[in-house]
Structures are given as C-alpha cells and as structure tokens.
Design a protein around this ligand. Structure first.
Ligand SMILES: [Zn+2]
Length: 155
C-alpha cells in the first residue's frame, strides 16, 4: 500500500454496498485511486480474476495486486431491456459486457463499453480502459480503442 492510499475504513465506507474482503480490497483501493489492479501470481505470473487468494495454476498463495495495461477486446455483451426498478424505467438498454484483457487469454472483467453507440458494439472489438463516474464513485469502463466507423466498415 503506497503512502496516502485510502485506509480500510475509507474503502468500506466508500463501497458500503459492495462485499469487500481480503481478496478484493486491493482492487477496490485501486479504484478509489484511479488504478485498475488485479491479483497476479508472483510465482508463475498468472492473472487471477475473479479475486482469489490462491493461484489456480500453481496453487501459490503469493499473490500481488498488479496494475493491468487497460487494453482488451469485447468478448461478449448483452443488452437488458427490463428495468430493475419499476419507478425508474430504463431510457436505454442496460449493457453488461465481458472484456477479455490482453494480459491473458480467458482473463475477463465484467464491465461495459462507453463512448460507443450500442449499435456499433461488435464481438472482439478492441477496447481500452477509461473511467466513469457513477453515484459519486469512479468505476472502470472500456471504450473503443480504434475508430468505430473504420472498424465496422459502415462509414
Ligand atoms: Zn501461480
């Protein structure tokens, strides 16, 4: 933990509706600092997500929260048209996207793609990390890494 990093009490308060535990607290501390950290095995280099204390490849317990590059591809996405709150109807479909990070095949983070019309979302499109503000909190999201007009060939 670097100097000036949020302490545990601050993390619990900031993410009061998230189940914080010893395996994911570094990730959420990173989010507060605008850093995207995922656990990585010190012994074999495997990236570990969802957050776990044990490397699934070599069973090492020596794990270090490590910053990702932020580039990846849209592995899959779905658009949800049903509102979760009848008092707040959706104005547009809610998006859930799995981003496969360049660090490792199969390393997928559930997020969403922003700064891109929903109609331009394409499987395997290159994306890069950006940040969005929601409910006074900063969250990682992804945006197209290339010109979306060129990529789809639709002009
Ligand atoms: Zn390992």
């Amino acid at each position: 933990m670097n100097e000036g990093a949020p302490n545990e009490a601050a993390i619990f308060e900031h993410f009061h509706d998230v189940k914080i535990d010893r395996d994911n607290i570094a990730h959420y501390r990173g989010l507060m600092e605008g850093r995207f950290l995922l656990n990585r095995c010190d012994d074999c280099g495997t990236w570990i997500y969802p957050h776990r204390p044990l490397c699934p490849e070599c069973l090492s317990w020596t794990i270090t929260p490590t910053e990702i590059s932020g580039s990846g591809r849209l592995h899959m996405f779905t658009l949800l048209y049903q509102s979760r709150d009848p008092d707040k109807p959706l104005t547009e479909p809610m998006q859930a996207a799995a981003i496969e990070l360049d660090e490792q095949p199969g390393l997928r983070y559930l997020s969403r793609v922003v700064n891109c019309p929903l109609s331009k979302l394409r499987h395997d499109m290159p994306v890069m990390l950006t940040w969005i503000e929601e409910n006074r909190r900063r969250w990682p999201a992804f945006e197209p890494a290339t010109d979306i007009i060129d990529m789809t060939g639709e002009g």
